[in-house]
Design a protein around this ligand. Structure first.
Ligand SMILES: Cc1cc2nc3c(=O)[nH]c(=O)nc-3n(C[C@H](O)[C@H](O)[C@H](O)COP(=O)(O)OP(=O)(O)OC[C@H]3O[C@@H](n4cnc5c(N)ncnc54)[C@H](O)[C@@H]3O)c2cc1C
Length: 489
């Protein structure tokens, strides 16, 4: 709280001293101007901090929780002539998750898979009443159309987290899902997840550190093997793709650049059931053979306990490791669990128009939502292709509602929403290293054009991987990679 008051004081001083404000560099001024506007508006009343409800002569406000696939696709298409957009998220960028595994081993650079929110929806950094707030939403007052947020100050020891409220006309909950750990002891403390850019940075840092430490004189054979044992738990698409990337890295880079220790490094993939259980049987067999050929050891087992240097399986086997990556699927986040609204398999229950039917003006998309049983539809898989299409659909629905005068709170009851959302699965794909991939098209009706597209996608990706490594285009000052941004290149 004191830091915020100080900032308000500073901002008032700067506003009064117009000459000093003009002297601020062009880079800093738009951001500062945006901040000044927010504080100026609310510093007049010490008790109300946040954005109040809009008036009927103002643009209605859409509040989007989350900056992932769903939230960003929605924001990209929202008509900012109709709405002001406020995005609340603990992350100031979107992560292109399908390529995240490639950044762990340096095939791609981190900046190539992260896009700043201001680029996706420029209004949040240029328009007077649209904002991006680096914060978590902690609670929603559905009756009063208001959310409660808390700033993210991780890594900034001098700042206390600060609470503020934001009123909404339309609320879109797109806060994603959380990694599942099944309550297994030691996972949160010792394993690394693969969901965010800072996770990929951590994995790359540990991998390189272990490669270098294992080459130091005096390290025992046993310790070398442990340091260079990379264990992946979870044989879904993410675990398999990451194992494939690691084996490529070992075959190419480690053999060339860390030749002294090349015979000590190994990858083990532990899965309780079948790997890639959602894929066709023949594809699973193919993936198993390819991974084994690339040197990945596949172990069927159930992790019982994770210690700092070893995993203990339910049959008592000890698996020493130097790097442990945990990828056993996703489930509802504590925030979603805390919301007192009907759920579908733990996710926020929605109807065919992606509305949360028990409350007014609230919608939910992406991994955090699922169709209610009453809709007669299945809960859709937690996939980017679902989240992206829901975001696109909802943006067009909300634009239509806004155009027809239903943008403000409690004003859309009599508006025809048009066709409901329909999801068509285009197929699943998982890369398994060495530029090989599995494409499962069982649920989709596609022509040979699609196969050609897949081939072209891989060709393009191969070229892009190489090009992006040399020409990373996103200026790093636009990205805030928490908890700390480290340079390990
Ligand atoms: C490594 C990896 C690879 C993947 N590969 C594929 C693939 O190839 N194909 C595919 O279809 N899918 C893939 N997925 C799944 C896909 O990424 C997800 O289904 C998709 O990200 C879901 O989008 P979303 O917007 O619902 O959630 P997310 O993308 O997870 O975004 C959620 C957002 O909400 C924010 N948030 C969380 N809590 C709060 C809060 N309390 N308040 C405000 N904001 C909050 C988060 O910071 C984040 O910005 C992959 C996932 C991973 C991790």
């Amino acid at each position: 709280m004191p830091w915020f008051k100080n900032l308000i004081k500073i901002s008032k001083t700067i506003t009064n001293q117009s000459s000093s404000y003009k002297s601020i560099t062009p880079l800093a001024s738009p951001l500062l101007a945006q901040f000044l506007q927010f504080t100026k508006q609310y510093s007049t009343n010490d008790h109300v901090v946040g954005l109040e409800a809009t008036k009927s002569d103002q643009k209605p406000r859409i509040v989007v929780l989350g900056s992932g696939w769903a939230g960003c696709r929605l924001m990209k298409d929202i008509d900012t002539n109709i709405y002001d957009v406020v995005c609340v998220s603990p992350r100031n960028h979107m992560v292109f998750t399908p390529l995240l595994a490639s950044t762990c081993v340096g095939t791609l650079e981190f900046r190539s898979v992260a896009e700043p929110i201001g680029r996706i929806q420029p209004a949040v950094s240029t328009q007077p009443a649209s904002y991006f707030f680096l914060a978590n939403c902690n609670a929603i007052d559905f009756d009063n159309h208001m959310i409660q947020c808390q700033t993210v100050t991780e890594g900034v020891e001098t700042l206390e987290p600060w609470k503020f409220n934001v009123s909404y006309d339309k609320l879109v909950i797109a806060s994603g899902a959380h990694a599942l750990t099944f309550g297994i002891k030691g996972v949160n403390e010792h394993a690394t997840f693969l969901r965010e850019v800072h996770h990929a940075q951590e994995i790359r840092r540990k991998l390189l550190l272990n490669l270098m430490l294992s080459d130091v004189p005096g390290v025992s054979e046993e310790e070398k093997r442990r340091l260079l044992h990379c264990v992946v738990v979870g044989g879904g698409p993410t675990g398999v793709e990451f194992s494939g990337e690691l084996s490529d890295f070992i075959l190419k880079d480690v053999h060339q650049r860390y030749a002294h220790v090349k015979d000590y490094i190994h990858v083990t993939l532990i899965e309780a059931n079948e790997i890639l259980s959602s894929f066709d049987d023949r594809l699973r067999v193919y993936a198993t053979n390819q991974l084994t050929k690339s040197g990945v050891r596949l172990v069927r087992g159930l992790v019982q306990h994770v210690q700092p240097d070893k995993i203990i399986l339910s049959d008592g086997t000890n698996v020493p490791y130097g790097l442990l990556v945990w990828s056993t699927g996703v489930g509802p986040s504590p925030f979603v669990n805390s919301l007192d609204i009907p759920k579908a398999k733990g996710r926020i229950g929605i109807d065919e128009w992606l509305r949360v039917p028990s409350v007014q003006d609230v919608y939910s998309i992406g991994d955090c939502s699922g169709f209610l049983e009453s809709t007669g539809r299945q809960v859709l898989p937690a996939l980017a292709q679902v989240a992206e299409r829901q975001g696109k659909y909802l943006a067009s629905l909300l634009n239509k509602v806004g155009k027809e005068g239903g943008g403000h709170a409690n004003c859309a009851q009599n508006i025809n929403l048009g066709d409901p959302f329909v999801y068509k699965h285009l197929g699943s794909m998982a890369t398994i290293g060495r530029y090989k991939a599995l494409v499962d098209l069982r649920e989709s009706k596609v022509s040979s054009f699609f196969f050609t597209s897949i081939f072209l996608f891989f060709l393009l990706r191969w070229c892009l991987d190489r090009a992006l490594t040399y020409f990373n285009h996103t200026p790093s000052y636009l990205l805030l990679i928490s908890p700390t941004s480290i340079n390990i290149e």
